[in-house]
Design a protein around this ligand. Structure first.
Ligand code: SF4
Length: 302
């Protein structure tokens, strides 16, 4: 059996990674890295919705044991939590990182050092949490880390609010996509994330992700090495539109998609300002969402 080689290592060897870095940096001059299309010059320190100019902040990096079992394995998933977010849900459980800016400034070399430290710690993958607004720095960090021998699968763990153009820069770089599909309807996405286009963006993004890496594949030892895994947070009053989301995944992305139907919604940050967001989900709401996904034949993370 051939040894595992992650996509970014192949991209570095072929020279495509260097070309992608140059293209990604160019985008920052008039930033259209994500669907917000702020068109600010981030290379001059201007900031848009994601509050990030030239300085990339990282909140923390560590082996993480709260992810899906095929990411955690026996030694943990090597998470790097980037500060700020291009979506900015008003109910975010990590609002101190995503909204308040908790984190420290880093250069690509620092991010590369974090990746290598996580590999050294025995983690099974590098798990980039909220990476959308910092893709150019990630590409540079991968170039440095791969040169120094990084060889773990790379997970792009995003809200699903990703532009297809930026995802194409990641084609042949990322090994595993771990997107959310948060809302089927535009109205809750507008009210809670100021992103009425979220459903259309997420649909296109998840299709692109799947076109690049396909369904989940695991190593002989059971840890993930490539593919897409979808996360869907069940919301009170079915605000997420679970049935439509699952139907879309089955009919338009893949009937073999691995889906994590998540139960941990609770009203955080500004959620209590909205009566329909101000409670956790009920047992019945969660069971019903799981049943929907299961009845559609999707593979559920348990
Ligand atoms: S990455 Fe940030 S600045 Fe660029 S378009 Fe998105 S929100 Fe705006």
């Amino acid at each position: 059996m051939k040894p595992y080689v992650p996509n970014y290592v192949k991209a570095r060897k072929s020279g495509t990674l260097a070309a992608k870095i140059a293209r990604a940096r160019k985008i920052l001059e008039k930033c259209t890295l994500c669907p917000r299309q702020c068109k600010v010059n981030r290379l001059k320190g201007e900031t848009g919705v994601c509050n990030t100019g030239t300085k990339v902040l990282v909140s923390s990096f560590s082996p993480h044991f709260g992810e899906e079992p095929f990411f955690v394995g026996s030694r943990g998933s090597g998470t790097i939590f980037f500060t700020f977010c291009n979506l900015g849900c008003l109910f975010c459980q990590n609002y101190e990182i995503s909204h308040k800016g908790d984190g420290r400034e880093t250069e690509p070399g620092d991010i590369a050092a974090m990746m290598l430290a996580l590999e050294q710690a025995g983690c099974h993958n590098i798990n980039l949490v909220t990476p959308t607004h910092v893709v150019p720095w990630i590409l540079e960090a991968l170039d440095i880390a791969a040169e120094q021998g990084l060889s773990l699968p790379l997970i792009y763990n995003s809200s699903g609010y990703d532009s297809v153009e930026t995802l194409k820069l990641l084609d042949g770089v990322v090994d595993i996509y771990l997107p959310d599909f948060k809302f089927w309807e535009s109205e809750p996405a507008r009210r809670f994330c100021n992103a009425p286009d979220y459903p259309e963006i997420a649909k296109a993004a998840i299709k692109e992700m799947h076109a690049q890496v396909g369904d989940l594949k695991v190593s002989p030892t059971g840890t993930a090495i490539s593919g897409v895994v979808l996360r869907h947070l069940v919301m009170p009053h079915d605000l997420a539109g679970t049935e439509k989301v699952m139907e879309f995944i089955r009919d338009h992305v893949s009937p073999d998609m691995v889906v994590n139907v998540m139960s941990q919604y609770r009203p955080c940050y500004l959620a209590r300002r909205f009566p329909d967001l101000s409670r956790g989900i009920t047992t019945d709401e969660f069971r019903s969402a799981v049943k929907i996904a299961r009845n559609m034949g999707l593979t559920l993370v348990t």
